[in-house]
Each structure stands twice: as C-alpha cells, then as structure tokens.
Design a protein. Structure first.
Length: 400
C-alpha cells in the first residue's frame, strides 16, 4: 500500500470520527472550526474557508476562514459555483475566477439537489500540486461537510418553527387567560358577594392538583375550569343572584341551571386542556348522587370535578354571602369534614388540608390559599385542627 493511500485512509477515518461529532448541533461553529483545522492540516493548505449558502438572501456566508479576507470571499457568486460538479474538487485551471479570489481549489457542497455552500483551499505550504489522491479525499471530506451543513440548516429551520409555535402557543395562552379574567370580572359585576370567587376557586383547585402530582398542563386545565365554573351565572338575573331571603323551589331550580349554562359556554371553546367542560358542568355533583345536574355517583365523578367541588364549597363557606355571614376557617373545615364521603371526597379533603398546613408552616414557595383567608385567623388553632384531620384521613387512604 502506497504512503499516499495510507495517508488518505487515515484521514478518512479521522474525518469519520469527527463527522460523528459535528452532526450534533451542540456548539456547531466550534465543531466546524475543528473540522476546518483538520482539513487545512491534512492538505497543508496555506489558507482556506468553509462557506454556507443562505437560501433566503441567496448569498454565501462565511462559517470559518484562514488567510482569505472578507473582500476575497465576497467576490464569489453562488451562480458561478452551482454549475460546477456536485462535491467535485475544481482546480484553478478549470475555474479561472478562483485566481481572483486567491484559491487553488474549490469544492461546491451539495446534498442531493440542494446547493449547500463551498469549501476553498489555497496553495500548499510545500508549494506542491494537489494530487489525484488529495482530490479524491477532498471529495469525501466535502460530502461529509455538505451533509453536516445541511443537517444544521434543517435544525435551525426546525428551531425557528418551534420558536414560532411556542410564541403562538404563549399568545394563545395569554388570550385564553385574558378571556377568563374578563368572564370572571363580568360574573363579579353581577354578584358583589362573590367578588374574586372564580379566581380563588381556580387558585385553590390548581394548588390541590399540584399537591396531587398533576403535570403542569393539567394543572393549567383545572385552573381554567375553576375560572369558568360559574360563567353560566351571567345568564341568571342579578336580583336572583343577590337575593337575601331563602330561594323558592322555582328560584332554586333557576339558580341550578348555571352549571349547564356554564357548560354550554365552555363546550364552544376549543380548549388545549382535557375535561375542562366536564369540570365546569359537574362541579355541583355529590358522591352520594344527590348533586346536580346529572346526579352522578362516585365513580362517575372525576378527580377534577371533586377538586373544584371542594374548592368551590370551601371558598363559599369562607366568603360573605347575601344569605349568611362568612365562616371562620375552623368552622368551614369542620363543615367540610361532616360532609365527607357524602358530598366531598376524603382524598381531596386530605390534600387540601396538607396544602393549607404546608402554607401555614411556610413550606411552599408561593401560598395560594392562605393569603385569601381571614387575616385575623388564629393560625395555631387552624394548624392543630389540620394536623388532626390529616392523621384521621391518612388512615383511610389505601397504600400507594
């Protein structure tokens, strides 16, 4: 085996290893620079450059260079390079325009029918010519570089699309949340006693779901459902919503329509979250089947519905209403406790207590429930009550 062939095989092997590395998109320009050093070292070239073709501007961009000036490289026109052979080394004698640039050899870089860029080398430091073996090796190297540059271009296009999709998604989220806040504000305007109720239910529900280990996407979904759960009240008369005296059977039936009205509004929105409509529709169901609108029983009631049901009731109890004064936190917890297994779910109640207990002890970075409760509450009494409920309910839960 000749010395030149051994040299060619060695360099092809080295380039193959390097090619494995540079097809990764990490530190792309550093990898290209490393490849460039291998190439110029292999051929003992006194100067060189790797150029990429920008399809949008139809110009050649310099990725890396040595010896050539920017003015030199700007004289290369893509339309002069494209007619040359694909990944075929072209010597100065075959392309006189190379003399103007100061290059000895140029390889147009192609992947299939896509022009990718160019590889240029100046004369050898030894002043010798480029041999057929050199040109054959250079062709192989050029093919690898063309593939690498193409991969990088595809990756950047994909990244741009992903960034645009992410921007559109964030914009969509802002629109959704802006719409939700507008709905909530409209509800508040109709019923002064439930001001910020939807916002609190959303926050309480999200806090419970987070403690249960839900993923961020589903947490956002239940937050949205919490915001919208009473949106149907927009269709109920103000006089009825703010009535101080007990409701007549007919008035109670009218009030109960709000969950179906909320569902009818929510179902027309193409949410990116699952089960929002169901959570909105059934937040007044009970485990014992005495709820409305569908009298669902236990297994027919999702965890999301159970969470919003509890959050809604807890906030209603600890807020002022036209027909009664607000309860203190201890009384509200005791009332929820009495209704466990008939109206409220033991597991969800346990998680609510754990969240509130952690917030009181400062174990959560951003408390969601405690800031909305009566500022005059005796936290030591509440904490003691919570600890008792947590011990009691923990004993009822099956091992994971």
């Amino acid at each position: 085996m000749s010395t030149e062939l051994k040299k060619a095989l060695y360099n092809i092997s080295a380039l193959a290893d390097l090619g494995q590395e540079i097809t990764s998109e990490n530190a792309f320009h550093e990898k290209i620079q490393a490849v460039f050093y291998v190439i110029t070292g292999t051929f003992l070239a006194n100067k060189g450059a790797i150029l990429s073709y920008d399809r949008s501007s139809k110009k050649l961009d310099t990725l890396t260079k040595k010896g050539f000036t920017s003015t030199d490289l700007e004289q290369l026109a893509p339309e002069e390079l494209m007619p040359l052979g694909k990944n075929e080394p072209c010597l100065i004698k075959d392309a006189p325009f190379l003399a103007v640039v100061g290059a000895e050899v140029l390889v147009p870089l192609w992947v299939r029918d896509q022009f990718i860029g160019a590889l240029l080398l100046g004369g050898k430091l030894t002043a010798g010519p480029y041999t057929p073996e050199d040109l054959e090796l250079l062709k192989i190297i050029a093919t690898q570089i063309a593939i690498t540059l193409n991969h990088h271009s595809l990756f950047m296009d994909l990244s741009d699309k992903l960034e645009e999709n992410q921007r559109l998604y964030e914009e969509m989220r802002r629109i959704y949340h802006g719409t939700l806040q507008a709905f909530a504000a409209a509800i508040d305007a109709k019923d002064a006693y439930t001001q910020n109720h939807s916002h609190r239910v959303a926050k309480y529900s999200a806090a419970i779901a987070r403690e249960l280990g839900w993923n961020d996407h589903d947490i956002e979904g239940i937050y949205v459902a919490g915001y919208l759960h009473d949106v149907g009240k927009l269709a109920i008369s103000n006089d009825l919503l703010n009535k101080v005296a007990p409701f007549t059977p007919e008035e109670r039936a009218e009030i109960r329509k709000h969950s179906t009205l909320s569902h009818n509004i929510a179902v027309k929105i193409n949410f990116p979250w699952k089960n929002v409509e169901d959570m909105v529709w059934h937040h007044h169901e009970r485990l014992d089947g005495q709820g409305y609108p569908d009298a669902l029983v236990r297994e027919g009631i999702s965890d999301g519905v159970r969470i919003i049901t509890l959050a809604d009731s807890f906030d209603a109890m600890t807020s002022q209403r036209p027909y009664r004064k607000k309860m203190d936190v201890q009384t509200a917890l005791a009332e929820l406790r009495k209704c466990l297994d008939s109206q409220f779910d033991n597991k969800i109640m346990l998680v609510l207590c754990r969240v509130l207990d952690k917030e009181i002890k400062g174990e959560l970075p951003e408390p969601e429930i405690l800031p909305n409760l009566d500022k005059n509450s005796d936290l030591s009494i509440i904490s003691s009550l919570l600890e008792g409920i947590i011990v009691e309910l923990s004993a009822t839960q099956s091992p994971a």
